[in-house]
Design a protein around this ligand. Structure first.
Ligand code: F3S
Length: 396
């Protein structure tokens, strides 16, 4: 591949993979089962479009099943969302180039729920920090947190450098997190993830005290928050993660570096810290990570018969395949009848929402709350879903 026998695109991809391997001191390259790549214009910019088109132009293609993260526009309805056509056109070029490489058009940050479902122990080359944290921690697959460009190069070569979290000895816990709060609601999982990320940085936390019957979407919320407020790419939820049946297994030969307790008051403090303003939110956004079917069923129950007030936009983000299912189930219609927009294949962080002039976003996602103020200069009000609905529909 490096000699260019399979074309310039493959040669370039292999050069990227081997150079990164050299930087990290990888002793070898290993085969991957799947890849998940970034494809949004807001991060890849013109250079990303050109790189992707060069790959496609040289007849390179993905050698393993490869899904793609949300993109910067809603493909069908971007005109309704105040997006400039020159911007949409760049995103469409990027999308077309990825399609030329053979990407599975998932456009979601939760591919592990649908169309790219890894198994325990599989080696992957994934980007998207929330998905990386989830598949490493809850599924027990192995991937480093890749960057744009390296993800695509691994998918084209079918190989990834053997370093970091691919090596079993690097996956043991370092910091003990004791959750001492009973009855955790959905928001608490996000908040706990936020606290963990802030506290441990890039060390590997071992978390005790989470309910063993925690829902997948609650763990997804925790993973996304920890990956966003810190750079957690792997955590062990004792009794839940496949490689952490107990604390000893999770730590392996490692010495305990630190112990942190998360209790009721710590959770309340963190929730106050995340909120930057409670002044008249004009935008309510949920679905970070992308909402799953159970979450949308719950939302439909909660908003049935209610109506979002005129001066508030209320958007929920999900994937297009989940939207297709809930449309068939009649749930999407119930949600839309309340005035909530169901947006697919994109999200508030990576799309140009500036044109709307929002001042304060209300959200139940710690990742949205963590990223939106710096990304879009919008304040955030972090609260549970029932508060969001009550605020958005009150007085209508
Ligand atoms: Fe997904 Fe966007 Fe959140 S990509 S994890 S909805 S910031």
């Amino acid at each position: 591949m490096l000699d260019g026998e399979r074309g310039e695109g493959v040669r370039f991809a292999m050069e990227v993979v081997t150079r990164v391997g050299d930087i990290y001191g990888a002793e070898k390259l290993v085969q991957i089962s799947s890849s998940h790549v970034l494809g949004h214009y807001s991060s890849l910019h013109d250079a990303g479009v050109e790189m992707m088109e060069r790959f496609t132009g040289s007849k390179a293609s993905f050698r393993v099943p490869t899904t793609v993260d949300p993109i910067s526009i809603e493909p069908e309805r971007w005109r309704d969302l105040k997006i400039q056509s020159s911007y949409a056109e760049k995103q469409m070029r990027l999308t077309n180039a990825l399609m030329g490489l053979g990407v599975i058009p998932s456009f979601t940050c939760t591919p592990y729920e649908c169309c790219n479902v890894p198994r325990h122990g599989e080696i992957l080359a994934w980007s998207e920090s929330s998905a990386v944290a989830y598949v490493n921690s809850i599924v027990g697959a192995k991937t480093n947190r890749l960057t744009a460009g390296l993800d695509v190069s691994c998918a084209i070569t079918g190989l990834t450098p053997y370093f970091g979290l691919l090596i079993p000895e690097n996956r043991f816990g370092q910091v003990l997190i004791e959750v001492k709060k009973r009855k955790l609601g959905n928001l608490h999982f996000h908040t706990i993830g936020y606290i963990i990320g802030k506290t441990v940085g890039n060390r590997i936390p071992v978390v005790t005290g989470l309910p063993l019957d925690a829902k997948n979407y609650q763990l997804k919320g925790l993973a996304s928050a920890a990956a966003s407020s810190g750079s957690v790419a792997l955590f062990h939820a004792v009794g839940i993660s496949p490689d952490a049946r107990n604390v000893d297994q999770a730590f392996g030969p490692n010495e305990l570096e630190d112990k942190i307790v998360i209790d009721e008051s710590g959770i309340r403090e963190a929730e106050d810290e995340i909120t930057t303003s409670r002044e008249n939110p004009d935008f309510v956004a949920i679905g970070c990570p992308h909402y799953s079917i159970p979450e949308l069923i719950e939302l439909a129950h909660m908003v049935k018969g209610k109506r979002v007030k005129r001066n508030v936009e209320f958007w929920v983000y999900t994937s297009k395949h989940v939207a297709a299912y809930i449309r068939e189930m009649g749930i999407l219609q119930t949600i839309e009848a309340s005035g909530i927009r169901v947006l697919t294949s994109t999200c508030a962080v990576i799309s140009p929402i500036k044109e709307w002039g929002f001042k304060v976003m209300m959200t139940n996602s710690a990742k949205f709350a963590n990223v939106i103020p710096s990304e879009h200069k919008i304040d955030v009000y972090y609260a549970p879903l029932k508060d969001l609905i009550e605020y958005a529909t009150k007085g209508e």
